[in-house]
Write a protein that binds this ligand. Structure first.
Ligand code: FES
Length: 255
């Protein structure tokens, strides 16, 4: 884990509230893999903001961070420009380890799509993606998913882009014909719960990356507690330290 000031190489605004930063951070990039995250100091805010790593370029020594403006901290971050330096702690968390020997379906909901891009890129050209957004205005990273995946399905809640409905509608269709696969998902809790229940019903292995409110980001404050049911019983796990990626069968989505 590193903590340092790193230079923002480029900034791109992906939609009215979502920004993408490429950050120059050779040492941090070398320890990064898909599904891990970093904690960024945002101005005078005492609590750092957790941002998942979207893409990693080991050769260039860069990571790409995609975040949505949700409060004062991320609003401050969105005002940073190329050339500015930001204080980053990371990489943190366990991340995804896509099983390259099995058909893989990567599911992202809204701002849960960025970490799934890195996971799909890591998996390779046979990756299948299902992306869900509220409406057309929120769609992000579609061109990048199309570049690295053999198929990309998009759903919007209001039908303004792609198929009207939810990612679980598309997943159900895919699993009707073939359940010999692994599902990886990141997005809001209700979406993850729906994906997990469907995978459970179809007996398909599923890994979810939980988006949880965080404090310290390193397992010291309990702000990110999550209940799990594991072989040896019930546990309270830290999403920041034990996750953010969990076997969906173990997560208590009602806890
Ligand atoms: Fe503090 Fe996870 S954020 S323990």
């Amino acid at each position: 884990m590193f903590q340092s000031f790193y230079k923002i190489q480029s900034v791109e605004q992906l939609n009215p509230t979502t920004f993408s930063f490429v950050v120059d951070c050779k040492n941090l990039a070398s320890e990064s893999w898909c599904g891990r995250f970093v904690n960024i100091q945002c101005g005078e805010k005492t609590l750092r903001r957790p941002i998942s790593i979207s893409e990693i370029d080991q050769e260039m020594g860069t990571i790409t961070l995609v975040f949505e403006v949700r409060g004062e901290g991320t609003a401050w971050l969105a005002q940073r420009k190329a050339g500015d330096e930001i204080n980053i702690l990371g990489p943190l968390g366990n991340g995804f380890f896509p099983d390259k020997g099995k058909r893989a379906i990567f599911i992202g909901g809204g701002i849960g799509c960025p970490p799934m891009l890195g996971a799909a890129q890591d998996y390779g050209e046979k990756a299948e993606a299902i992306l869900g957004f509220r409406s057309k205005a929120q769609v992000i990273l579609l061109d990048k998913f199309e570049k690295c995946c053999q198929s990309v399905s998009v759903t919007t809640n209001d039908g303004s882009f792609g198929t009207k409905g939810f990612v679980t509608d598309v997943l159900r269709e895919k699993l009707e014909s073939d359940t010999d696969c692994v599902v990886y998902a990141c997005g809001p809790m209700p979406m993850l719960k729906g994906v997990a229940e469907l995978c459970n019903e179809k007996n398909v292995l599923c890994y979810v990356s939980l988006e949880q409110r965080m404090g310290c980001g390193i397992g010291a404050c309990l702000a990110c507690a999550c209940k799990t049911h594991e072989k040896d019983g019930e546990h309270m796990r830290h999403v920041c330290k034990n996750g953010p990626v969990f076997d969906a069968r173990e997560v208590d989505f009602n806890g």
